[in-house]
Design a protein around this ligand. Structure first.
Ligand SMILES: [Zn+2]
Length: 116
């Protein structure tokens, strides 16, 4: 066990509240968790070019949110499977400080640096 139950419970709590936040943001944007946007953004813009660029902005923001949503979901899955906090590349423990900063981290700090 890389972490005590306390740390795991805390991480789960953080991830779950992050999930709620992301879902709220997506809902505010009128976006679904699968990336589809239901609300038409074309209304209220003077010209089509502005509407298109605004839509692209929202879409890329939604894309980022959904990517983060998946990260959080898979981190929660790792909490459930008991592999949370373990580096996916080298299998070593990811430091608690790093998980504190990046709760969805899949790699330890040295693997993450090598990847870049
Ligand atoms: Zn590693």
């Amino acid at each position: 066990m890389p972490f005590s139950d306390d740390v795991l419970a805390q991480s789960r709590q953080r991830l779950e509240s992050e999930l709620v936040e992301i879902e709220k943001e997506l809902a505010e944007l009128g976006a679904e968790a699968d990336g589809s946007i239901q609300v038409s953004l074309d209304e209220g813009f003077a010209d089509a070019a502005q509407a298109t660029s605004e839509r692209a902005k929202v879409l890329s923001f939604v894309e980022g949110l959904i990517k983060h949503l998946h990260d959080v979901q898979s981190a929660l899955g790792r909490v459930d499977r008991g592999s949370y906090g373990r580096c996916e590349r080298c299998g070593k423990e990811i430091g608690p400080e790093r998980l504190e900063a990046v709760p969805t981290a899949r790699l330890c700090i040295s693997c993450a640096q090598k990847k870049r």
